[in-house]
Design a protein around this ligand. Structure first.
Ligand SMILES: Cc1ncc(COP(=O)(O)O)c(C=O)c1O
Length: 415
């Protein structure tokens, strides 16, 4: 897109973002550094706190001003129209958001529904799957707690068995991971849940290979894509998975309360809906899984604006920028013997998120130190296999801020 087209097509009012970003696709870090200036303009799209540095964008990503303004306009619009809006074009407009999401995710619009978040999307499958007593499910101890809790509830409700695997923080290769899942499969295994990105370490898992292996054993695969969508580049159809859930308030920077669930067309009737839809809707139509009751429809409307903003930055640019930021700080501390790296180093397994610990310091103390002494906000992760702080920059993060992080970690690790 050239500058004229950008201005013509732009929905952005008063934004700092310019079109040059789209032409800077080189992976070479020097070139990325040289166009740091362009990212400064992206940064200007954000209203950021001035009293601390937010390196906890893993919870959710705040909206840049252009999306926030669009959201506010959508709230005003729906509020003005009231029930008239809800009874007329509400569903037509929601469909437009579904079409835009399906195009971005690489699936058919008949296979995708908008949910409130990943939790709703994945629980719909975990709790709604047509389980038989004795069926088995597989997931990892590194998966998100709420999903593990739902699987535990399904044990109590439906008499299934859970098989829990463990993924190393720094695997040797893809085969090692595929094999861990393979070893857990038995003739009774029905569903395997796997994180696209492990939230506590940022490790990107080889989903396509895991799916291919699972399908050879007639096991369906549910992917927890909470952190992957609009962050790393991928296409759902290429992954080949059966179900995929994500949150749009994370890396797409949508307003809070948006996500989606992808279900392969032929599997729509493999699950019960969370809320019952009218009997006139066939159980082969994805609408059967999407009775929601009255919801904040202005959030659904803003999905379109968030997608426009994401495309304006450039899907590849964003992915590369986030990898560059992660590598920038990680490379500077990786040889410090008092710092423990809990994430893979290899770019193919990496994204914006990484986790580090300090020898002899518990994660809560480390996070507290970073915030109280250095005004850097992170989150402590203290699990059996991961002890450290999760560091998550976003596109607006500067290398100066990351230098402050490096300095803070080195100082803390000296003691
Ligand atoms: C891997 C993973 N799955 C699911 C979720 C739940 O996301 P949400 O709270 O948006 O439903 C999260 C939240 O951080 C997550 O990290």
């Amino acid at each position: 897109m050239n500058k004229r087209d950008f201005i013509k097509n732009s929905f952005i009012v008063g934004a700092g973002l310019i079109s040059g970003i789209n032409s800077a696709n080189n992976q070479n870090s020097e070139i990325l550094l040289s166009y740091n200036n362009e990212w400064e303009k992206v940064r200007n799209d954000y209203e950021l706190p001035t009293d601390f540095i937010n390196l906890e964008n893993g919870y959710y990503c705040i909206q840049p001003k252009p999306i926030l303004q669009a959201y506010q306009q959508n709230i005003n619009f729906v509020n003005k129209q009231g029930s008239y809006y809800m009874r007329t074009v509400q569903f037509e407009n929601k469909k437009k958001s579904v079409i835009a999401l399906a195009e971005l995710a690489g699936c058919a619009e008949e296979e995708l529904i908008i949910t409130r978040n990943t939790t709703e999307a994945l629980n719909l499958i975990i709790s709604g799957y047509k389980w038989q007593v004795g069926d088995e499910a597989i997931f990892a101890e590194q998966d998100y707690g709420a999903m593990q809790d739902m699987f535990k509830q399904v044990v109590a409700r439906n008499g299934i068995k859970n098989v829990v695997v463990s993924i190393p923080n720094q695997p040797k290769n893809d085969e090692e991971i595929v094999d861990i899942y393979k070893q857990a499969i038995t003739s009774k295994t029905k569903l395997l849940m796997v994180s696209h990105v492990i939230n506590i370490t940022g490790q990107v898992l080889p989903i396509k290979k895991i799916v291919e292996m699972a399908h050879q054993h007639n096991v369906k695969v549910l992917v927890d894509g909470a952190h992957a969508f609009a962050h790393i580049q991928f296409n759902i159809k290429e992954l080949g998975c059966d179900y995929y859930g994500t949150s749009l308030h994370k890396w797409l920077s949508c307003p809070l309360g948006a996500g989606f669930l992808f279900v392969k067309k032929e599997l729509i009737n493999s699950v019960w809906p969370l809320f019952a839809e009218h009997e006139s809707v066939k159980n082969t139509d994805i609408a059967y899984l999407n009775h929601t009751g009255t919801i904040p429809v202005h959030t659904d409307l803003t999905i379109i604006d968030a997608i426009k903003y994401y495309k304006l930055i450039g899907i590849k640019n964003k992915h590369e920028r986030l990898l560059f930021l992660r590598n920038y700080w990680l490379n500077k501390i990786k040889d410090n013997p008092n710092i423990i790296i809990n994430s893979p180093i290899d770019d193919n397994r990496a994204c914006a998120i990484a986790n580090v610990g300090v020898v002899g310091l518990n994660p809560i103390e480390l996070a507290k130190n970073l915030f109280e002494k250095f005004k850097i906000y992170t989150v402590a992760i203290d699990t059996k296999t991961v002890k450290g702080v999760r560091i998550t920059p976003n596109v607006y993060t500067t290398t100066n801020e990351l230098d402050l992080l490096v300095n803070a970690l080195n100082q803390i690790a000296k003691k």
